[in-house]
Design a protein around this ligand. Structure first.
Ligand SMILES: NC(=O)c1ccc[n+]([C@@H]2O[C@H](COP(=O)([O-])OP(=O)(O)OC[C@H]3O[C@@H](n4cnc5c(N)ncnc54)[C@H](O)[C@@H]3O)[C@@H](O)[C@H]2O)c1
Ligand SMILES: O=C(O)C[C@H](O)C(=O)O
Length: 355
C-alpha cells in the first residue's frame, strides 16, 4: 500500500517530498525531438522534474545544447545532454531511448488550420521517424507535431518501411484535449478541475475532437452545450488567436505531454488499473490516438479512445462506450474527417518516403 502510494506521487509532489527516487532497474532514457521550441523547452523542464526519468536527451536543429545546459542545473538526479545535427547528432540522442517525444515542427498562425501545417511538418516528422526507427525501433514514439491525425500514420508507414513497426508503441498525443475538456467543464459546473477527467475520443483537430460528457454524468443543453463543444474542439484556435501570430499552445501542451509520458512511465514500471488522481489525473488509462481496430471497418485505421497502457505500450484499446444521440452525431462527423486525414498522410508518405 505504502509502495503504491509512494509510486503514484505527482511530479511536483515527488520533488517537494524528496522521498521518491527511481531505482536503477527503472532507468529510463527519454528523448525530446524539437527540444528548443515553444513546447520542447517547458516539456523538457517538466521531464527533468520527473523522478521516473533518469536520462534526458534533447535534440533540435538549433539550440538544444543551451537548453540542456540550463535544465541540467536543476537539482534532480537525471542526466541531461543536448544534441544538434553538427554535434553527436540524433543517432546518439535516440540510442537507448524508451520514450521519444516529437514536438518538432511548425506551429499555426491565426487563420490556419492544423492541416495547413501538413506540407512543412510531414517531412520533418518523416525524417525524425526514420532516425527513431533506425536508432530505437522498440521505443514508445509520442507524436505531438501537427497535424497529429496525419503525422501518426506517416510515422507508422516509416516504421513499416523499415520492418520495425509495432502498433503498440506509437501514440498521437491527444492529452491536451482531455485537459481542456476537463478544465472547461469544471468552469461551467464550479467543480475541482483536478477531479474532472472527461474522455475525449476521435482525433486532434476541430470536428475530429469528440468529448463524451455523458460518460462523466453531465448533460448540457442548447447554447451552453454548443459553446462547450466548440471550445473543446477549437480550444487550440483560442490560443492561436490570443498569441497573435507568435505560435500556438506551448505551456499547456508541455503539461499535457509530460502527463502522457508520465502515464507511460507508470505503466512501464508496473502500475496497473486506474491510478489515484495525481499529476493532472495522470493514470495508466488515457485517451490517445493509436492504430485502432474500433472503426477499421469504416476505413478509419487510427482513432483515439481510452487506452490501457502497460510495459509493452498499448495493453488494451477500450471501445468508445455508451454515448448520447448528440455525441453519436459528433462521432459520425469525426470519422469522416479522420478518414481523409489518415489517407492524406499515408498517401503522401508512400509517395515521398525518400532514401
Ligand atoms: N498535439 C498537440 O496537442 C499539440 C499542441 C500544441 C502544439 N502542437 C504542435 O507541436 C508542434 C511544435 O509546436 P511549438 O509551439 O513547439 O513550435 P516551435 O516553432 O516553437 O518549436 C518547434 C521546434 O522544432 C524544431 N525543429 C524544426 N525542425 C526540426 C527537425 N527536423 N528536427 C528537430 N527539431 C526541429 C525547431 O527548431 C523548434 O525549436 C507544432 O506542429 C504544433 O502545431 C501539437
Ligand atoms: O491549435 C494548435 O494548432 C496547436 C494544438 O494542436 C492545440 O490544440 O493547441
Amino acid at each position: 500500500m505504502f509502495a503504491a502510494r509512494q509510486a503514484s506521487q505527482s511530479v511536483f509532489g515527488a520533488v517537494q517530498r524528496r522521498t521518491f527516487s527511481a531505482t536503477a532497474s527503472n532507468a529510463t532514457k527519454v528523448a525530446v525531438l524539437g527540444a528548443a521550441g515553444g513546447i520542447g523547452q517547458p516539456l523538457s523542464l517538466l521531464l527533468k522534474l520527473n523522478p521516473r526519468v533518469t536520462e534526458l536527451a534533447l535534440y533540435d536543429i538549433k539550440g538544444a545544447p543551451g537548453v540542456a545546459a540550463d535544465i541540467s542545473h536543476i537539482n534532480t538526479k537525471s542526466t541531461v545532454k543536448g544534441y544538434e545535427p553538427s554535434g553527436a547528432g540524433i543517432k546518439e540522442c535516440l540510442t537507448g531511448a524508451e520514450i521519444v517525444l516529437i514536438p518538432a515542427g511548425v506551429p499555426r498562425k491565426p487563420g490556419m488550420t492544423r492541416d495547413d501545417l501538413f506540407n512543412t511538418n510531414a517531412s520533418i516528422v518523416r525524417d525524425l521517424a526514420k532516425a527513431a526507427a533506425d536508432a530505437c525501433p522498440e521505443a514508445n514514439i509520442l507524436v505531438i507535431a501537427n497535424p497529429v491525425n496525419s503525422t501518426v500514420p506517416i510515422t507508422a508507414e516509416v516504421f513499416k518501411s523499415k520492418g520495425v513497426y509495432n502498433p503498440k508503441r506509437l501514440f498521437g498525443v491527444t492529452t491536451l484535449d482531455v485537459v481542456r475538456a476537463s478544465r472547461f467543464i469544471s468552469q461551467l459546473k464550479s467543480t475541482d478541475p483536478a477531479t474532472e477527467n472527461i474522455t475525449v475520443v476521435g482525433g486532434h483537430s476541430g470536428a475530429t475532437i469528440v468529448p463524451l460528457l455523458s460518460q462523466a454524468g453531465y448533460t448540457l443543453e442548447g447554447a451552453e452545450r454548443d459553446e462547450y463543444i466548440k471550445r473543446v474542439q477549437f480550444g487550440g484556435d483560442e490560443v492561436v488567436q490570443a498569441k497573435g501570430g507568435a505560435g500556438s499552445a506551448t505551456l499547456s501542451m508541455a503539461m499535457a505531454g509530460a502527463r502522457f509520458a508520465e502515464s507511460l512511465l507508470k505503466a512501464a514500471q508496473g502500475q496497473s488499473g486506474v491510478v489515484e488522481p495525481t499529476y493532472g489525473q495522470s493514470g495508466v488509462v488515457e485517451p490517445t490516438y493509436v492504430d485502432s481496430p474500433l472503426y477499421k471497418d469504416q476505413g478509419v485505421t487510427y482513432f483515439a479512445s481510452q487506452v490501457e497502457l502497460g510495459p509493452n505500450g498499448v495493453e488494451k484499446i477500450h471501445p468508445v462506450g455508451d454515448m448520447s444521440e448528440f455525441e453519436q452525431g459528433l462521432l459520425d462527423v469525426c470519422l469522416k474527417d479522420l478518414k481523409s486525414n489518415i489517407e492524406k498522410g499515408e498517401k503522401w508518405v508512400k509517395e515521398n518516403m525518400g532514401n
